[in-house]
Design a protein around this ligand. Structure first.
Ligand SMILES: NC(=O)c1ccc[n+]([C@@H]2O[C@H](COP(=O)([O-])OP(=O)(O)OC[C@H]3O[C@@H](n4cnc5c(N)ncnc54)[C@H](O)[C@@H]3O)[C@@H](O)[C@H]2O)c1
Length: 340
């Protein structure tokens, strides 16, 4: 019989609820806690199927039965909760990004505690576990397209997020571009050394009030001399537009959008293709399941996680460089080296 991992879910907003629904379907997970600052009697009714529904995450960490926690709170709380969870000897799945403002030196200290306590820390870079992108990743590793030279990703959200939500999850480089920055580094198997980004408010000029942009185009260079291109938008009117391409000396691998139908219509008057799936929950449904499944497997079988603390730091460095490059209007060097 499969061993079940006893877990607590901390932070049950938009993304936490997405994980909650997935956790309920997973035979290797025993969800013991729902924890959110907003917990009240209504929440206790809604989550009556979960043994404990609490407001204070320390209650989850104090329970010796709990082996692992999923941290899906507002981004600026991640570092503090990861630190407390590591001190409480819990394995950790933490949503991306690791932090918005915590200095890298502090993040390193937290990672040292995670390591010293022999814990797993997996970051929520879910795109690594998307079946289409994983297929590309594995074929690149096998040398199917020879030596990879250029990687391109497009990520466009279907609508502009509410400003209050942006304040909780981070501006475009830290909340959104960070997925692409992780993906291009993962695909190329090389660290980023320089980024030149342009960003603007082509959709919603009021985003300037919170120091954000809605459109980013960037070029970057990797340590091995190859290049990357990323384009991001906060509003693609036709759906959630997610594509990846890797070009190499012997060919190209490319993943197009996923839609809910493969039917195409061609007549003498029109051609009809299906729009991409509407939003991240549906587009990355399998990736979200796979990443938690792989986290649980890493804990139970003591295997490496798919995206770790070093990946968190590398993505954070790159996101800071994107932000600086947009603001200063020049290319920014990124340190490709890492030692804990
Ligand atoms: N990997 C992905 O595809 C993906 C997608 C969406 C969001 N995210 C990430 O997930 C995180 C949450 O984003 P969201 O959109 O769900 O935000 P949200 O604001 O909808 O939800 C955050 C929840 O955390 C709770 N919370 C905040 N501080 C807390 C604390 N100290 N203790 C307990 N609960 C606390 C809030 O009450 C809220 O319900 C962010 O870091 C975001 O970047 C990742």
């Amino acid at each position: 019989m499969t061993r079940k991992l006893k877990v607590g879910l901390i932070g049950v907003g938009r993304q936490g609820h997405n994980h909650y629904e997935n956790l309920l379907t997973m035979p290797d997970v025993d969800l013991q806690y729902i924890c959110d600052l907003k917990v009240d009697d209504e929440w206790k009714k809604e989550y009556a199927n979960v043994p404990h529904v609490v407001k204070d995450y320390h209650e989850v960490l104090d329970d010796p039965e709990i082996e692992a926690v999923l941290i899906v709170t507002s981004t600026d709380t991640h570092a503090g909760i990861v630190l407390d969870a590591a001190k409480a000897h819990k394995h950790i799945f933490c949503e991306k990004p690791f932090s918005l403002t915590t200095p890298e030196s502090e993040v390193r200290e937290i990672l040292k505690i995670v390591d010293a306590n022999h814990l797993k820390l997996q970051m929520g870079f879910n795109r690594r576990m998307d079946p289409q992108f994983r297929d590309i990743y594995e074929r690149v590793r096998k040398g199917v397209i020879g030596s990879p030279q250029i990687v391109k990703t497009t990520s466009r959200d279907p609508f502009v997020l509410d400003k209050e939500l942006i304040k909780r999850v981070g501006t475009l480089p830290f909340d959104f571009t960070i997925h692409d920055l992780d993906m291009v580094r993962y695909m190329m198997g090389s660290n980023i050394t320089e980024i030149y980004a342009k960003g603007g408010t082509l959709i919603d000029p009021t985003l300037k009030e919170i120091d954000d942009v809605d459109t980013i185009a960037l070029v970057l260079e990797f340590e091995n001399g190859s290049f990357g291109l990323i384009d991001n938008s906060r509003q693609a009117v036709y759906g959630y537009d997610e594509r990846v391409e890797v070009f190499g000396s012997e060919g190209m691998l490319k993943a197009e959008n996923v839609s809910n139908s493969t039917v195409e219509l061609y007549t003498d008057k029109q051609e009809e293709k299906k729009n991409p799936l509407p939003i991240f929950m549906s587009r990355y449904h399998e990736a979200y399941l796979n990443e938690i499944h792989s986290f649980v497997g890493a804990v139970i079988e003591d295997k490496p996680v798919v995206a770790n603390g070093v990946d968190a730091i590398m993505a954070q460095r790159a996101a800071i460089a994107v932000d600086q490059s947009i603001k200063l209007g020049k290319p920014i060097k990124v340190d490709p080296t890492f030692e804990l």
